[in-house]
Each structure stands twice: as structure tokens, then as C-alpha cells.
Design a protein around this ligand. Structure first.
Ligand SMILES: CC(C)(COP(=O)(O)OP(=O)(O)OC[C@H]1O[C@@H](n2cnc3c(N)ncnc32)[C@H](O)[C@@H]1OP(=O)(O)O)[C@@H](O)C(=O)NCCC(=O)NCCS
Length: 148
């Protein structure tokens, strides 16, 4: 299967929103939030495309607290394209783009019962650094980080 990665922009909003809704149900970003994230000055975005459609996407924001880091805001792959390493490819490419900008840390939050995503992040070398009480309504979140 031939999958290409390219920058995701507002042109793709409808398609990205459909994927976001399919993957996150009630936790999905609204269309307006997605539009904001896609156009944020500090965003790095990627869409994974087969020869016809977008089959996954990732949005990362570059943030500064004590250090400058990439923050994975959302990541999803459509159901029928999962387990083909598409998420792995998108994260690796994001990490490469961050390093290219001199950013050597990447962080993310994940719901504590999202075992698939947790397995993905651990496989890629992310380490749990904290627990976020009731970060997802009644569900807790886990905070992960990786030094790139
Ligand atoms: C999480 C998600 C992005 C993974 O996408 P993907 O392209 O299928 O992931 P990959 O094929 O790159 O998988 C890499 C690793 O993730 C884990 N993984 C992926 N699918 C899995 C499954 N169904 N069961 C268990 N582990 C799984 C495995 O560790 C896998 O490594 P392996 O193939 O060597 O076993 C996808 O399942 C998804 O969109 N889920 C809904 C949205 C979501 O939860 N996003 C993350 C929010 S923090």
C-alpha cells in the first residue's frame, strides 16, 4: 500500500473532521477547534493519504514552558487502515521535523484506558511522566514524554 505524508491544511478540514469524529466520538475536537489547530502559528500537521483519500492525520503544537517541546494534540487513523504502521510513520516524521527545528522533546496526553495508543507510544520510546486526574471527564489521562 502506498501511503504519502503531506502537510494538512484547511483545504482538508471536512475530511479531517470526519476522521476526528469517527475516531474520538464525544471527545472529538469540533470543526471550529480543528480549523484553529490547523492554522495555528505553532502547528505542525501531517495527513496520511493513499492514492485517493486521507486515511489519518496528526497535529502537533510547538510549545514553550521550561523547555521548548512538541505537543501531540491529536492523532488518528481510520479504522480500515489501522495496524499498518501509519501512525508510527506519522509520529516518526513529526519527530524528524521537530529535530530539524532544534526541538528535542515531544509530549502527549492519552486516556488511561486507551491501551492501543499507549502501546504505540511505548513502542516508540515515550515514557510515562505523570497522571492527569479526570483529564477526560471522569477518565484519567496519562502524560508521556520522549527525548528525541
Ligand atoms: C492509536 C492509532 C492512531 C494507532 O494507529 P495505527 O496506524 O493502527 O498504529 P500502528 O500500525 O503504527 O501501530 C503501532 C503499534 O501500536 C500498537 N497497536 C496498534 N494497533 C493495536 C491494536 N489493535 N492492539 C494492540 N496494539 C496495537 C502496537 O504496539 C503496534 O505495534 P506492532 O504493530 O508492532 O504490534 C489508531 O488506533 C487510532 O486512530 N485510534 C483512535 C484514535 C486514538 O486513540 N488516537 C490516539 C489518541 S492519544
Amino acid at each position: 500500500m502506498d501511503i504519502r505524508l503531506e502537510t494538512a491544511n484547511l483545504q482538508f478540514l471536512d475530511e479531517l473532521y470526519r476522521i476526528e469524529e469517527e475516531c474520538f466520538d464525544e471527545e472529538a475536537f469540533t470543526k471550529r477547534q480543528l480549523a484553529y489547530l490547523l492554522t495555528a502559528h505553532n502547528a505542525i500537521t501531517l495527513a496520511a493519504k493513499d492514492d485517493r483519500n486521507i486515511v489519518g492525520f496528526i497535529i502537533v503544537q510547538v510549545e514553550i514552558t521550561d523547555v521548548k517541546f512538541g505537543h501531540i494534540i491529536t492523532l488518528s487513523v481510520v479504522q480500515s487502515y489501522r495496524c499498518k504502521k501509519i501512525a508510527t510513520c506519522m509520529i516518526k516524521e513529526i519527530e524528524r521535523l521537530l529535530k530539524q527545528r532544534g526541538i528535542v522533546e515531544c509530549r502527549l496526553e492519552v486516556r488511561e484506558d486507551n491501551y492501543v495508543a499507549i502501546s504505540l507510544y511505548k513502542k516508540l520510546g515515550y515514557q510515562r511522566i505523570g497522571k492527569l486526574e479526570r483529564y477526560y471527564g471522569s477518565k484519567h489521562g496519562l502524560y508521556f514524554k520522549k527525548l528525541l
